[in-house]
Design a protein around this ligand. Structure first.
Ligand code: HEC
Ligand code: HEC
Length: 445
């Protein structure tokens, strides 16, 4: 007994607490060292992190979404031939008013189908950051403000918007019928040539324009990311019964795992970035400060408030004649949409499945890095009061430096990238024979 209490090398009684404390600290340090080393392979010795049953439920809901849901409003959504036409259209500068801009100018395959700029630059310069096209087939409302209700109706907007391709319906269709590659792919996709007379009615033009959009959408449905490191971890965790004690593995470092625990718990991120897309698909006004060069004040962007107007006035919604399911479920939702003042300044919660592919972030590219984004949520520095529009769920988190870097580690683990397939390459990079090459489609840079 006395041996146990007073081992030969024991320090005097008053120092035993110190020794015990030192031992505990040493243990803790060893654990921290093991954690930050993050060795690959099975890590059985890692301490697990216990989470609540609610968190288990939230994390279960965050796994990989799989293939995009069907789109009954587009009967060519899953046609490879339509996607091949869409791919040629997506990379075609000949669709733009100045012959210099294609969808891929802003949605660059080498930049995660965005452009790395704060705000988009096409034929003109836009007020918002380019969103990625990756996984957009999972979205119910497209654009920061949800201005389109389908991928195909979205695809038609940039063709006509003056900051993007700055063209027109008739010019875009004339480009298709005047170009051999596009003409041939149109015929292959739809089984008939594009024939539009000079005197075609506005409705005939819209019908053909809708088909063009549906081909681009069929293409975009192929631009999906594979499972991320986080998704792989979730799959293994679910296979072992989704225990409340979370273990790091070769996919999730202890830091990323601690970030997940914050994300799905105290930091409250899950409230808007939950579910398989790490987004609720809804619109929120966060009151984030505007870009410094614009004075940093609250952005005057009307967000969803304006988006609903654009959507309702479009001839290409799920509920209109050019939809392939004008009385389907989506059409009913669109018909019941109303513009509410609370939506002023609200933006669609971005999916965090691409956050690791590079910034800048937020709708005006206000934040350059993920660290900057997390600092905003932590301090709410510069946040603008939007009166009754202000989102009530954002509370200052006062994260420690360690917690902030854990959250960033989690965000990186949750990002997937587009697999390099033939769908991500430019079909125009092999130029068609010289005589048939239109002067305004020169791809050389
Ligand atoms: C000038 C750069 C630019 C060009 C060119 C451009 N886009 Fe975009 N794209 C943007 C911006 C900016 C947004 C966000 C739009 C908004 O909210 O107002 C966006 C949004 C999108 C989205 C929505 C993604 C989502 O998750 O909601 C899709 C899809 C898309 N673009 C496809 C296209 C297609 C197809 C083309 C060519 C026909 C195209 N874009 C041309 C800049 C561009
Ligand atoms: C109230 C809903 C809400 C909550 C809670 C929330 N977010 Fe967001 N998040 C959004 C919205 C909306 C945006 C886009 C805001 C904008 O562009 O003005 C956004 C943007 C982001 C972005 C930038 C993505 C991009 O592509 O630009 C990241 C990263 C992010 N949030 C991470 C987090 C993290 C981490 C937390 C928890 C600390 C969190 N969010 C909590 C709604 C929310």
């Amino acid at each position: 007994m006395s041996d146990l209490r007073d081992p030969p090398d024991a320090v005097p009684r008053c120092g035993r607490w110190r020794a015990a404390t030192a031992f505990a600290i040493a243990l803790a340090l060893a654990a921290v060292a093991a954690i930050s080393a993050g060795p690959p392979g099975p890590v059985v010795t890692e301490p697990s992190i216990a989470v609540s049953p609610e968190q288990v439920r939230r994390i279960r809901a965050m796994g990989w979404p799989g293939a995009p849901p069907p789109d009954p409003t587009n009967r060519w959504a899953d046609s490879d031939a339509a996607a091949a036409l869409g791919q040629a259209l997506f990379f075609d500068r000949g669709l733009s008013s100045n012959g210099a801009v294609s969808c891929a100018t802003c949605h660059r395959p080498d930049r995660g189908f965005s452009d790395g700029l704060r705000v988009a630059v096409g034929v003109g310069t836009g007020p918002r950051r380019t969103m990625t096209v990756l996984d957009s087939a999972h979205q119910s409302w497209l654009g920061w403000d949800g201005r389109a209700d389908s991928l195909w109706s979205q695809a038609l907007q940039p063709i006509e918007r003056d900051i993007e391709l700055g063209s027109s319906r008739r010019s875009a269709l004339a480009r298709v019928s005047g170009n051999p590659l596009l003409r041939q792919r149109w015929q292959a996709a739809f089984g008939e040539p594009l024939q539009l007379s000079e005197g075609a009615s506005a409705d005939e033009v819209d019908a053909a324009f809708a088909m063009l959009g549906k081909a681009i959408a069929a293409y975009e449905r192929r631009l999906v990311t594979g499972p991320s490191a986080f998704d792989r971890w979730v799959a293994t965790w679910k296979q072992s019964g989704a225990p409340a004690a979370l273990q790091p593995d070769e996919h999730m470092s202890p830091s990323a795992l601690r970030g997940l625990v914050l994300f799905s718990g105290r930091a409250g991120c899950w409230q808007c970035h939950g579910g398989p897309m790490l987004s609720d698909g809804e619109f929120h006004a966060l009151g984030a400060p505007g870009r410094p060069e614009r004075g940093g004040g609250v952005s005057s962007d009307p967000g969803r408030y304006g988006g609903v107007d654009v959507l309702k006035s479009s001839p290409f919604t799920a509920a209109r004649a050019h939809s392939d399911a004008p009385s389907g479920a989506k059409a009913k939702i669109v018909q019941s949409l109303v513009r509410v003042p609370d939506h002023f300044g609200a933006m669609r919660t971005p999916s965090l499945r691409h956050a690791g592919l590079g910034g800048p972030f937020f709708h005006e590219g206000q934040f350059d890095t993920l660290e900057d984004v997390v600092r905003f949520y932590s301090t709410l520095e510069g946040a603008q009061s939007l009166d009754h529009h202000q989102e009530q769920v954002l509370v200052r988190l006062d994260l420690s430096a360690g917690e902030s870097s854990d959250l960033v580690a989690f965000l990186r683990s949750a990002s997937g990238s587009a697999p390099a397939t033939s769908w991500t390459s430019d079909p125009w990079s092999v130029p068609p024979p010289a005589p048939e090459r239109p002067a305004n489609a020169d791809k050389s840079e």
